[in-house]
Design a protein. Sequence first.
Length: 283
Amino acid sequence: MQTIPSALDLHGASWRDWITENLERRCAPEELLNRMLKTTWKYEQAILALDEAMALLGMPPTTWRPRVPTIPDEDTIQLGERVIRVLGRFSSPRAALLDGLLSAEECGNLIDYAYSKGLNKSGVVDGATGESIKHHARTSTSVFLTRAETPLIDTIEKRLSELTNWPISHGEGLQVLRYEAGQEYKPHFDWFDPQKPGSANHLKRGGQRVGTTVIYLATPEEGGGTRFPKSGVQVYPRAGGALFFADVDVSGRPDEMSLHSGMPVVKGSKIVATYWQREGPFR
Ligand SMILES: O=C(O)CCC(=O)C(=O)O
């Protein structure tokens, strides 16, 4: 009979010893998880291994579990009829590149709906006041859509909630953005800096932003990648695909590695829908 290795043994005895010894030394499980995710450990396996070790050591295993949106550690994710393929995973920031999140028809219908509402020059949050201001760092046009504004938007939000295992009530509405040649969004964080006065009102509306999904609705002919300058990772937009990334680390702290940019479009138009998830219900 074949025995299934325990999660704790998945990466060999030295990892098993490292995990148990550090837990015995009362290191925070979140810190260990952060370190493990910078290596070959996958998110869910690392959590299982920590749970197993804590159970072996007689510690209550479920009290520490991180509360962040998470995409299952699988190559293919089936949600109802839809099959979503995971094309890539990155550990810092924690991110997954997805194919087939939306059908071509859904992309087209969402674009048409956004256009029917009208797109205006995009804004950025002013750190001092919290107001949305126009800024040379962001040159796209965009429109905010409220939660469940149409049956299609409701379907997409439910899909994203199921995919990331995060309540739909914690999601902000979608924002549809259009970039023409030369337009971009320079490096920025999606999280609100708790040190800046302008963040207070935003944080009151559901806490920190913990997850971002950039859904690619239209593929530009050239350029327009989404780039993480701190890790050097860049992904290229393909309509129907998406890039999920966590804005916070597994302890819920803003992740500096999540600095990202929408690179300038060189040719054609790039259209995306951005979906942000908060730590609590969004009001
Ligand atoms: O356009 C992109 O690729 C990224 C969009 C983005 O950074 C954002 O909406 O926060």
